[in-house]
Ligand binder design. Structure first.
Ligand code: AKG
Ligand code: FE2
Length: 245
């Protein structure tokens, strides 16, 4: 057993029958994420999420709102979600010029039957609180060039955007954007932050072991997410992005 096995925590979960959908937004606001399982057959996760959290945003092709996360031939050697490899901590859509999706939803159609494959999460605001004020100020002011993963670039869906890691906004909540892999102009400070993000992530991560017909939701302006490697290529999740409202 490694240190990471010891520190990984099971998620806060609620069975679908116990969930009050009208309290969902407040729950996500407070806790930052929620894992809902024991969902009955026939449930339409996309309709549920859009009804209770907000409109779904199109994914990388600009059209599809429900995106399959499933290992595909041709991506084995890329850094990309559609293979079986480990991902490093990131927020979603860090390379968008505008506001990234407020919430992410991952719906499990087919869990992997082998070890690994957990989606992992940690509270990015917790990480920020572990830094000095001078470091936080640097993250608010220093602009970095964020670029898409090599996998998205391979699909000609790559984007780039320049912004600070921490965007404070008047009248709405701050936005954390980060990727341990996809900042083109990393300097020594950024490398050190990336290293510390990974350490913090390992020490505090919540590991979601998906069961069939379960839904993981989180606040993408606050939480970082990642994934453990797996081998069972039947693993199939569907991802939705929810617009900020
Ligand atoms: O496969 C996963 O568990 C998560 C992949 C991912 O980073 C995402 O869907 O945004
Ligand atoms: Fe992601």
């Amino acid at each position: 057993m490694t240190d990471t096995d010891v520190t990984a925590r099971a998620p806060y979960r609620v069975a679908f029958a116990e969930l009050d959908p009208n309290a969902l937004r407040a729950e996500l606001e407070e806790r930052g994420y929620l894992y809902i399982d024991e969902v009955p057959e026939g449930f339409d996760h996309a309709a549920f999420v859009s009804e209770h959290l907000g409109p779904l945003l199109p994914q990388w092709d600009g059209v599809t709102t429900i995106w399959s996360i499933k290992p595909e031939a041709g991506f084995e050697e890329s850094y990309h979600s559609n293979n079986t490899k480990k991902l490093t901590p990131h927020t979603e859509c860090f390379e968008w010029e505008g506001v990234p999706p407020k919430y992410l939803g991952l719906w499990c159609l087919v869990p992997n039957a082998d070890q690994g494959g957990q989606t992992t999460l940690t509270d990015g605001f917790g990480f920020l609180a572990s830094l000095t004020e001078a470091e936080r100020e640097r993250l608010r002011t220093q602009v970095y060039q964020f670029v898409s993963t090599p996998g998205l670039q391979q699909l000609d869906m790559g984007l780039t955007a320049a912004h600070p890691v921490l965007e404070e906004r008047a009248g709405s909540g701050p936005i954390l954007r980060f990727s341990c892999r996809c900042i083109a102009d990393v300097d020594e400070f950024c490398r050190s932050v990336s290293h510390r993000v990974q350490e913090y992530f390992e020490a505090h991560k919540i590991e979601v072991e998906f069961s069939e017909r379960s839904l993981l939701l989180w606040d993408n302006h606050r939480f970082l997410h990642s994934r453990n490697a797996f081998q069972d290529t039947r693993r199939h999740l569907q991802r939705v992005w929810v617009a900020e409202q």
